[in-house]
Design a protein around this ligand. Structure first.
Ligand code: FHN
Length: 590
């Protein structure tokens, strides 16, 4: 229902703001649903950030330039004419589109989105509109987009083009990141022109080129609408309207929802109620950066894909090829390892829906409707020590339980206190994520396993928290779960804007004492909020140990579903590690 409301509200919004009739709204929803079907089923795609910025690879005149490498022109304030020179030596002779597509396919990816033009304004395709393109401005006499489009067609891979429609640091009318604050472009020699000159003379014609010249394009991926106007967005939208089957994201203009929304570099804590796709780097940069070694492990990436799928989203995982045209070896290794896992477990990813459970201590769940019921795919990240897997609140008849990797290996199971208990083999067959398939019969029914009070107490473990990192913040400063199952902790909570949230059920109003199990190197101030009530409180330094600290009392004035939030107080926030929150009822409400 939530999703329906969201769809109605976004579909009735149009750039030209003409309200739709009810029947038009219904058919627009049905139409959108059908168009995104292949994409929703795919769940996993490859993002490629490739451009002439791969040559400096994060370093300019001997200085390491912070943040993603594709931003080097802006971060190092390189004048247009100087940056242009990079094109003269850009010659990616090792580029092999077919190898890239095969690699993506091997990883289990179903679509590829490649940068056709990033913010630096350089077109990685043969453009007749601007000479600043790979054929006319470099020694490389090949069109990478054409070769990729051909390879995708040959191997049945869907294809999307990224196009930076607003930011174009090379053009007098293009925008840049701080244009809205009235800052000048860093290159004083670039005489400014109105945005619409650039939109009419470069952006619109180039978007037409990428959509016309490379066969069927499945996705057009807009980015950073800084300084964009409604008029400019409408002109681009008019081009898109000629391709009714093509999907677009939500980044054309500030309120344009597109076909899917795009959380970047963070994992949403819950389903977002609309089609969504997380875009994520494997290290920290989108473009190739020769010294960026902060690689996420294959284990983390596999679990990330599963986490996203279990919440009903897609994962667009990035690689940044080198100036020679090679995908860096650490990325290749990870894609191969993900592929090994996918080869065995793909049934639990493609075309599956989100989890019917609230949260699961041992991992995640995806599901698929079958003729007679539903298949639940239990993704076990943490193998229970007693080899008994508890599936909470399952009320549906179970036909069969087996390992997905070996369906002949049937697992015994029985119900106890409304939970399904599955007897697991002693050893975890796949230490990263072993998938168990539970085939159920009839309508799927699950009793919500949200935590609730027992004898006046409730424990809210770290792994049941919704971690709200700031969208778009650098991955390094995002809080995350470390450890496994109920003994996980929230680590790296160093950004004061990141907040935590737990949901639980309270049977009765009352005054509750809040206790936390934390480790703090320095005193830290927090605000605890339940509904309208908020208390500011302080955690003392804990001398390197996890320590139980009482944070004081708070009133819960309602019953039913309650949300508790913890926000850092900005001043001097140095971060804490948090293992658990405990609420203990101390009195009723007078
Ligand atoms: O500024 C870009 C960035 O370079 C990269 O392309 C990402 C990918 O989503 N988008 C922008 C930041 O949101």
């Amino acid at each position: 229902m939530e999703k329906l409301f969201f769809l109605i509200s976004i579909i009735t919004f149009s750039l030209s703001c003409t309200p739709l009739q009810q029947s038009e709204t219904d058919s627009a929803i049905a139409d959108q649903d059908k168009r995104v079907e292949w994409w929703r089923d795919a769940r996993f795609g490859l993002f490629i950030h490739w451009g002439i910025y791969a040559q400096p690879a994060g370093e300019w005149k001997g200085e390491k330039i912070p943040r993603p490498s594709e931003w080097i022109m802006a971060r190092a304030q390189i004048p247009v004419k100087e940056y242009e020179k990079l094109a003269e030596t850009f010659n990616p002779v090792h580029y092999n589109a077919e190898q890239w597509v095969k690699l993506a396919k091997q990883a289990g990816m179903k679509y590829i989105v490649i940068t056709s033009k990033h913010h630096d304004g350089f077109a990685m395709f043969h453009s007749k509109v601007s000479q600043y393109n790979i054929i006319d401005a470099t020694p490389f006499d090949r069109d990478p987009l054409k070769e990729l489009a051909d390879a995708c067609k040959k191997h049945g891979m869907r294809l999307g083009f990224y196009y930076s429609q607003a930011q174009d640091w090379h053009e007098p009318g293009g925008t840049y990141y701080n244009i809205e604050e009235g800052e000048p472009h860093w290159d004083p020699d670039l005489e400014r022109e109105p945005l619409m000159n650039y939109i009419k003379e470069k952006a619109v014609p180039q978007v037409k080129e990428i959509l016309e010249n490379y066969g069927k394009v499945d996705i057009l991926w807009w980015d950073t609408p800084f300084g964009m106007t409604e008029e400019a967005a409408q002109m681009l939208q008019n081009v898109v309207d000629q391709y009714p089957q093509m999907l677009t994201n939500n980044r054309l203009y500030q309120h344009c929802p597109g076909d899917f929304i795009t959380p970047e570099q963070h994992l949403p804590p819950t389903n977002l109620g609309y089609e969504w796709e997380v875009c994520m780097t494997m290290n920290t940069s989108w473009g190739y950066k020769h010294y960026d070694d902060h690689w996420k492990s294959s284990e983390r990436l596999i679990r990330m894909l599963v986490d996203v799928t279990s919440k009903g989203g897609n994962l667009l995982l990035n690689v940044g090829p080198t100036a020679e045209g090679l995908i860096p070896e650490p990325s290749v290794e990870r894609l191969m390892e993900i592929g090994e896992w996918m080869a065995i477990n793909k049934e639990s990813i493609y075309g599956t829906d989100s989890s019917p459970f609230f949260k699961l201590h041992w991992g995640r769940c995806t599901k698929r409707k079958t003729k007679s019921g539903t298949n639940l795919y239990l993704h076990v990240f943490n193998w229970p020590e007693d080899q008994v897997l508890r599936v909470p609140g399952l009320k549906t008849k179970v036909k069969n339980v087996s390992l997905l990797s070996d369906k002949k290996q049937v697992l015994s199971s029985h119900f106890e206190d409304n939970d399904l208990l599955i007897n697991l083999p002693n050893a975890m067959p796949d230490p990263i994520n072993t998938v168990i398939i539970v085939e159920t019969k009839g309508n799927l029914e699950v009793t919500c396993n949200m935590p609730s009070f027992k004898e006046g107490k409730i424990f809210l473990p770290a792994n049941f928290a919704n971690i709200h990192n700031i969208p778009g913040s650098v991955y390094d400063i995002q809080a995350l779960l470390e450890g496994s199952g109920e003994s996980s902790i929230i680590a790296n909570w160093i950004d004061h804007r990141t907040w935590l949230e737990w949901m639980f059920i309270t049977p009765e109003p009352g005054i509750y004492n809040v206790e936390v199990l934390v480790k703090a190197d320095e005193p830290a101030r927090l605000t605890i909020c339940i509904g309208e009530k908020a208390v500011v409180t302080e955690i003392p330094a804990t001398k390197g140990e996890f320590t139980e600290i009482s944070l004081g009392e708070i009133e819960i004035s309602e019953t039913g579903d309650i949300t508790l939030r913890i926000h850092p107080v900005q001043d001097n926030w140095k971060g804490v590690e948090l293992a658990k929150v405990k609420l203990v009822k101390t009195a009723g409400v007078s």
